[in-house]
Design a binder for this molecule. Structure first.
Ligand SMILES: [Ca+2]
Ligand SMILES: [Ca+2]
Length: 345
């Protein structure tokens, strides 16, 4: 009733001198209101929905990658999995409620960095930075830069923001950050086997090169946020996105899960060892007892899966079905995130 009266008053004044003040007062939203409303709209695209992944047997691994051999049968119980990667909105809720401080935001302890001038030890994280030119792909430090002040709220550094990216996947999260969120949410990180089983989605698709099928671009369309162009100097973003994409920008897999391949790497619970599949248990494998990466034997690594917006056939093909990734547990980047699972009971 009040609205009708106000509207009628406004309409009745339409031809009078007072029209402007009435319409400005009643119909033009404030700047703060608009920003709030747009943030709410972005948030509303985020859901806490989980998908039931019915247990069963599948052939895990890939004959295309050394550390994914051999293909071996695995049997899993049913579980629920987040339908999309954990978003900034979801992670912000967790931080607001708990006051949690992520690894990238914490001060660095000189004891962990012997021989380094303490003045150089500033909280921050690794950010992808495209070099102007590049002669070889042998040195990844040519496109990864340690940026002081980079963290989940400022994924590319202090001047970047997630304000308009609440429905994008949270990044710059270390393994510990992901497990802390999962615990708060009453969930856990998926095992590597659960992640792969869910990503495959279709039980008849074990030989396919991609999780979505045999062709890179079914019907001529990109089906995941990866990298096109000349890595790492020129991202032609044929798939529509340079950097991360909002969750659910691409079609879901057969189970209803989004962005299992590409967008951001996803932390799994398992320690990483390249030889684990040679003696993995068959039923509900949970990974080896410890980690070992011959390339960096002294670092503790956990599995990451699915590849990211930086994956391409020139450099990193680990978005392909059955392939594995790995990350040092305290080294977040702006292309690594996660999603959670939950047991049925
Ligand atoms: Ca892309
Ligand atoms: Ca992903």
């Amino acid at each position: 009733m009040l609205f009708n009266l106000t509207l009628m008053t406004c309409l009745s004044l339409f031809s009078t001198k007072d029209t402007l003040s009435c319409c400005v007062g009643e119909n033009i939203p404030t700047r703060a209101g608009m920003i709030k409303s747009q943030i709410a709209q972005l948030k509303s695209k985020t859901t806490d929905k989980m998908i039931l992944v019915e247990g069963g047997k599948f052939l895990m691994g890939s004959s295309n990658f050394e550390d994914s051999k051999p293909l071996h049968q695995v049997e899993l119980n049913s579980f629920y999995m987040d339908e999309h990667e954990v978003t900034n909105a979801q992670f912000a809720e967790f931080v607001k409620e708990t006051g949690y401080v992520t690894v990238a935001e914490r001060e660095l302890d000189p004891k962990d960095f012997p021989g380094v001038d303490p003045k150089m030890l500033v909280a921050g994280s690794a950010v992808f930075s495209k070099p102007k030119e590049l002669n070889s792909l042998n040195n990844y430090l040519m496109w990864w830069v340690y940026v002081p002040g980079a963290n989940w709220q400022h994924p590319e550094g202090p001047n970047s923001s997630i304000k308009d990216k609440m429905n994008y996947p949270v990044v710059q999260v270390a393994y510990e950050d992901a497990t802390a969120y999962a615990k708060w949410a009453g969930k856990r990180l998926p095992t590597e086997a659960e992640w792969e089983y869910a990503a495959r989605g279709r039980k008849d698709a074990n030989d396919d090169l991609y999780y979505w099928g045999k062709d890179l671009k079914p019907n001529g369309k990109w089906t995941a946020n990866i990298y096109q162009g000349k890595f790492p100097v020129q991202d032609s973003k044929e798939d529509g996105f340079e950097g991360t994409a909002p969750v659910k920008s691409f079609q879901a897999n057969a189970l209803g899960l989004y962005d299992m391949e590409g967008n951001v790497w996803e932390w799994c619970a398992d320690f990483y060892r390249p030889d684990y599949y040679q003696h993995s248990t068959t039923a509900n494998p949970k990974g080896p007892q410890d980690s070992y990466d011959p390339q960096e034997p002294n670092l503790e690594k956990r599995v990451q899966r699915g590849g990211s917006f930086l994956c391409n056939d020139q450099y990193c093909e680990r978005y392909k079905a059955g392939s594995r990734g790995k990350g040092e547990v305290n080294s977040p980047t702006n292309n690594v995130g996660f999603r959670c699972v939950k047991d049925i009971n």
